[in-house]
Ligand binder design. Structure first.
Ligand code: FAD
Length: 475
């Protein structure tokens, strides 16, 4: 249990009573209020089975008005609430710590509108990312974000975590692509910031506070997002590289030579690829190397893009920067190369417990980071690094047979101190949630954290929304 492992005391919240259940049933009916263990259990455990909560009540509203009625009641009676989307988050943010009510957006899953001229999609928060992408593909558009969890994560969860993923290098973060947000605040107010316009300089842009707020400032109910046109040609290259300076040189040259069509730049070390090959039986089409990179291009002219990527590959191989490589342009080949990257976590979980974390640090320090953490943990764990090189974002995982507090104490706070010295971020794209909230000070000053606390109190004066998450307790 998260509360026991982290030695937490329950906040001064009300406990759920029969009269509360009756009230929620009066709003949602009998079929969208769940109290049976078999219905609630799956929502109490995160995707990695690393954080477990003790939620006793699960609610599945369908509209912003229903969410508003629920939150008004919870605010008045001081019942704590944890918003949950697809429950693929990796910081423990979507899991109740004690008996917070789980408010799932899974039934708020309607696409409201799509404008084929502007490319603006408006949908409810519970829409699954991949479903939105499939819908858009038929109209020759795509979602501006792509994550390994796309089959389960929800757009409301994506916005609430400011999810990054594979396409940030091309389309930017959700702070750029999300045009509008509708959210319900703790007191039930429906905050309508659902602008459809790219430009809107009318006062403070409050939607940005909701993006990345991890359910602590409001429940996101609708999202308006700018979607790019589906590229006519997509090419992918997998490179094998024998030293880390070759990785950096490949990145630099990719930006110079593929600039306008570059759409992903990923990095994996040998340990990461080896686990996918061994545990999931996925073929690595090139030889064994200490480092691998995936470079994706997306453009509008297949012949031109293919020629460009091939010329790039020939050049960096001739220069001795890259030792081996392959280019894929048909869908099946492209998918199987992406699997080598996207299924790393799934493969690593088959080897035991994974202490996972993501950081922003300067790209030239990725390899040093992995080495230093390996030295720190010694033979009690295997350290591996991979991630979104193009965005300076490394996922640094320590794999061991099982969870032990001793190994955790070797990893933390060492990794946060290391990141802080580089002026990096202790959370690049996964958020702070429950697991990282106490390390916020490694990336933000006390005065900035205090300002965040003030914002929280304005949006949620009774602190009923996702308690024990994001903000550290005041010392
Ligand atoms: P949840 O896990 O349900 O919730 C996450 C947080 O958002 C919680 O704090 C929750 O309270 C809050 N929340 C959810 N919905 C709402 C809402 N409607 N209103 C208010 N708060 C809400 N992340 C990346 O950024 N990049 C990646 O490349 C990436 N790859 C992944 C690969 C795998 C295999 C997995 C399992 C996860 C990956 N993730 C990645 C992490 C995760 O998928 C993202 O954080 C995702 O955005 C979470 O969406 P969700 O709907 O599952 O949210």
């Amino acid at each position: 249990l998260a509360s026991k492992r982290y030695n937490l005391t329950r906040g001064n919240y009300a406990s759920i009573r029969g009269s509360d259940i009756n009230f929620f049933q009066s709003i949602l009916g009998q079929t969208r209020v769940f109290t049976e263990e078999c219905d609630v259990d799956g929502h109490n455990l995160d995707w990695y089975k690393a954080v477990k909560g003790s939620g006793k009540l699960l609610l599945k509203p369908k509209t912003a008005e229903e969410v508003s009625a629920i939150l008004t009641y919870c605010n008045d009676t001081k019942l704590a609430v944890t918003p949950q989307g697809g429950n693929t988050g990796v910081s423990g943010g979507a899991i109740p710590v004690f008996d917070e009510i789980i408010l799932s957006t899974s039934q708020m899953n309607k696409i409201i509108s799509f404008d084929e001229i502007s490319g603006v999609l408006v949908c409810e928060a519970g829409c699954i990312l991949d479903t939105l992408n499939e819908y858009l593909m038929e109209k020759n558009f795509i979602m501006p974000l792509d994550l390994g969890s796309k089959g389960s994560c929800n757009i409301g969860g994506n916005v609430s975590t400011n999810a990054g993923g594979l396409r940030v290098i091309r389309y930017g973060s959700l702070h750029g692509t999300v045009l509008g947000v509708e959210a319900v605040l703790a007191n039930g107010t429906i905050m309508d910031c659902l602008s459809l316009m790219k430009k809107d300089n009318t006062g403070y842009d409050l939607k940005h506070l909701l993006i990345g707020s991890e359910g602590t400032l409001g429940v996101v109910t609708k999202v308006a997002i700018q979607c790019p046109v589906k590229p006519k040609s997509v090419q992918l290259a997998l490179f094998g590289i024998s030293n880390f300076s070759g990785v950096l040189e490949t990145f630099k040259q990719a930006k110079q030579n593929l600039g306008e069509i570059l759409s992903a730049c990923e990095y994996m070390d040998q340990t990461a690829i080896e686990s996918v090959v061994r545990n999931l039986n996925i073929r690595n089409p090139i030889g064994d190397f200490p480092f691998y990179m995936i470079i994706e291009t997306s453009g509008s002219n297949e012949q031109h893009d293919e020629e460009k990527l091939n010329t790039f590959l020939e050049k960096i191989m001739a220069d001795g920067v890259v030792q081996d490589g392959t280019v894929a342009s048909d869908y099946t080949q492209i998918r199987s190369i992406w699997e080598l990257r996207e299924r790393i976590i799934e493969a690593q979980l088959l080897d035991g417990f994974v202490y996972l974390s993501d950081f922003s640090v300067p790209v030239n320090s990725f390899d040093r980071f992995v080495h230093d953490v390996q030295n720190q943990v010694g033979d009690s764990g295997t350290v591996t690094g991979f991630g979104h090189l193009g965005d300076s974002n490394i996922h640094l995982h320590v794999i061991s047979k099982e969870y032990t507090p001793e190994l955790l104490s070797k990893i933390e706070p060492f990794v946060y101190e290391w990141t802080s010295k580089k002026r990096g971020s202790v959370s690049a794209e996964h958020g702070l949630g429950f697991k990282k909230k106490d390390y916020l000070s490694y990336s933000k000053s006390e005065s900035v954290i205090d300002l965040m606390r003030n914002v929280k109190s304005i949006f949620d004066p009774n602190h009923i929304l996702n308690p024990y998450k994001v903000l550290p307790d005041k010392k």
